[in-house]
Design a protein. Structure first.
Length: 134
């Protein structure tokens, strides 16, 4: 009986070992943003009230969705649609009302615009200007 138990344990140990075929970080394909056609997000905008020290809902909402893909310059870009509503007061720190389209792709942990500039990053924390106004 002991022999059978030892044999079973030995074979269980032998077959439970696995090879080390895991993908290393250097060879892993980046997929930090997990972009997929059909994904969508809704952002509410808030304003900080210094007197009451609370954040108040401005009523402005940005609905973001990925509506398709497009081949540009030999790369596949995801077509983002942003629909902003509730900014009738033209709040300066919120997006203006209306629909806006943007092509973005992921490259080495960066979200890159179709003009080649980086919009967001998950690895390079140096200062970058997203937009400027006079």
């Amino acid at each position: 009986m002991k022999r059978i138990l030892i044999s079973v344990c030995f074979f269980a140990y032998l077959f439970s070992c696995s090879s080390d075929d895991s993908v290393t970080l250097e060879t892993q394909e980046y997929n930090f943003y997990a972009l997929t056609v059909g994904d969508s997000w809704i952002y509410k905008n808030y304003r900080y009230d210094q007197n009451s020290e609370i954040y108040e809902d401005t009523g402005v909402k940005d609905s973001i969705s990925i509506i398709g893909t497009e081949d540009l310059f030999g790369n596949t870009y995801f077509k983002f649609r942003r629909l902003t509503t509730g900014n009738e007061e033209a709040i300066t720190f919120c997006n203006p009302n209306g629909e806006y389209f943007e092509n973005l792709r992921e490259f080495e942990g960066n979200l890159v615009k179709d003009d080649g500039t980086v919009k967001f990053t998950n690895s390079d924390y140096s200062v970058r200007t997203l937009s400027e106004a006079d």
